[in-house]
Ligand binder design. Structure first.
Ligand code: CDP
Length: 237
């Protein structure tokens, strides 16, 4: 989206919401927030609010999707019609299909699928308020919900975006920064490893900027990861 000429996203080294360039928005994570799902989590990153719920492992319908000797993960990301300014048409669209796929790919490397042959782990993520970074918040919530459901995993997956606004690399874009910025780079990291399970780039970055942005996003993932662990500890205290 083209930025109005008189709009400044950085004023005296601070962003419009008062954050420093390398500062993440306030993060709140809670595990086990739903009574009917086997695992669940609520995540807030600034104005972005998502809730994730897990069903299963359970039988796979339709049957042809069943995998011999291992479970499958099915992910459905959706945005509530009231989550954005212009009422979004309810139901799946191309974007939600793509995001469901990205979230699935980001999480699959950590799940021990062999433990549940022929079953399905069904993960639902609902965006209840969107202010950029909903795929990152969805991965964060999904990872905690899977852990809350007792799904065996080798690590949690954390996620955070970095981006470029007014020529500067910044952490965790909010809505106006995403709309009027030059690049958005969501990243997901498998905790305790250097492994990145999601890296997308919307916009343009040169090689130096790309390296800087990945490093910054990874540092954001570390902050998020501590909050994920705290949420799970609180749940089981
Ligand atoms: O949410 P995320 O940054 O992962 O994905 P995006 O496709 O880059 O969307 C960026 C933001 O645009 C969302 O977080 C929403 O705030 C906004 N958006 C919207 O207002 N209406 C839509 N139908 C889709 C996105």
């Amino acid at each position: 989206m083209k930025k109005p000429d008189d709009m400044k996203l950085i004023v005296k080294g601070k962003r419009l919401d008062g954050r420093k360039l390398d500062e993440i928005r306030p993060v709140k994570i809670e595990a086990g927030v739903l009574g009917r799902a086997i695992g669940s989590a609520y995540v807030e990153v600034g104005g972005t609010k998502v809730i994730a719920g897990v069903h299963g492992p359970r039988g796979v319908y339709p049957k042809y999707l069943e995998k011999q000797g291992r479970a499958i993960l099915r992910v459905k990301y959706s945005m509530a019609p009231f989550s954005v300014n212009d009422r979004k048409r309810p139901g799946p669209d191309r974007r939600s299909v793509e995001l469901s796929k990205m979230i699935k790919h980001a999480l699959e490397p950590v799940i021990f699928f062999d433990e549940f042959p022929q079953l399905s782990i069904d993960l639902f993520v609902e965006v209840i308020q969107a202010d950029a970074g909903t795929r990152a918040a969805s991965i964060v919530a999904a990872s905690v919900a899977l852990a809350d459901a007792g799904i065996p995993m080798r690590a949690l997956v954390s996620s955070c975006a970095a981006g470029k606004i007014e020529g500067k690399i910044v952490l965790d874009l909010d809505g106006p920064e995403d709309n009027y910025g030059q690049a958005d780079l969501p990243v997901a990291v498998i905790d305790g490893t250097e492994e990145i399970s999601l890296l997308q780039l919307d916009g343009e970055l040169n090689e130096k900027e790309l390296k800087e942005a990945v490093q910054l996003a990874v540092s954001g993932c570390r902050v998020i990861h501590d909050k994920q662990k705290e949420a799970l500890r609180r749940r089981y205290q």
